[in-house]
Design a protein around this ligand. Structure first.
Ligand SMILES: [Zn+2]
Length: 228
């Protein structure tokens, strides 16, 4: 379930003896890349020191900016200000299977995290997961749409995703059951957030598999059973 290679992360990137913080994926095409620097622009006044890298994606060949600041920063990760354009998904991403509603909230959560708004990001991820598992449940049980829409995340998981739930760690289930309280009482907030993100990744893959096999299954139902 944990696949760090798939995840969007802030990473260190050295250029001209200066360490920058960039994202590990291209904001245009969402692929894991090692970008090349096209140019660098520095801006400075008495208060702020800003450096902008113009990077090029070796895959889609498109350019983007990563902006870092170097004044009074604490942890290196806080150097990252933003990317232009903001990170988004490409056509091929698993996310394309989902609704506009999910995509908007999920993207906002990701960009909140990149900007350091970790509280908003965490709750955004939990709500994104809720939308995703409800969409999948409705896809599989269209007759129960009303029940699914009005259930909470945990009830929906227990009633409509019981076959998936055995894959979840106890900790993840605790986070999902008590997202609000759990968040505020745990010092290990980062792990909680990562588990929720892993869970979203899992259901995105699960949805992909469902959609791939759906037409095959439906075909099978309308055909006469094969002779044994
Ligand atoms: Zn690209």
């Amino acid at each position: 379930m944990q696949n760090n290679e798939n995840k969007l992360m802030k990473i260190q990137y050295e250029y001209d003896n200066q360490e920058y913080i960039i994202i590990n994926k291209c904001p245009h095409c969402n692929l894991d890349i090692h970008p090349t620097v096209e140019n660098r622009y520095n801006f400075e006044n008495n208060t702020y020191k800003i450096s902008t890298l113009s990077l090029s994606c070796p895959s889609c060949k498109r350019d983007y900016f990563i902006i870092n600041h170097f004044d009074n920063v604490g942890a290196p990760n806080e150097r990252f200000i933003m990317s232009i354009p903001k990170y988004s998904f490409n056509e091929n991403a698993l996310v394309k299977n989902t609704s506009q509603k999910f995509q908007q909230l999920y993207m906002q959560s990701i960009n909140s995290e990149l900007l350091g708004h970790l509280d908003l990001a965490f709750f955004g991820y939990v709500k994104s997961l809720e939308i995703l598992i409800k969409e999948i449940a409705i896809f599989q049980h269209p007759e129960s749409e009303d029940v699914i829409l009005f259930s909470n995340l945990n009830t929906c998981l227990e009633q409509f995703h019981s076959t998936n739930m055995h894959l979840f760690s106890k900790k993840l289930l605790e986070i999902l059951k008590n997202d609000y309280l759990y968040y505020y009482k745990t010092p290990d907030f980062h792990t909680s957030s990562e588990l929720v993100k892993d869970c979203i990744n899992y259901f995105l893959l699960y949805l992909e598999m469902l959609l791939k096999t759906y037409s095959l299954n439906n075909q099978a139902k309308t055909e006469k059973p094969l002779k044994s």
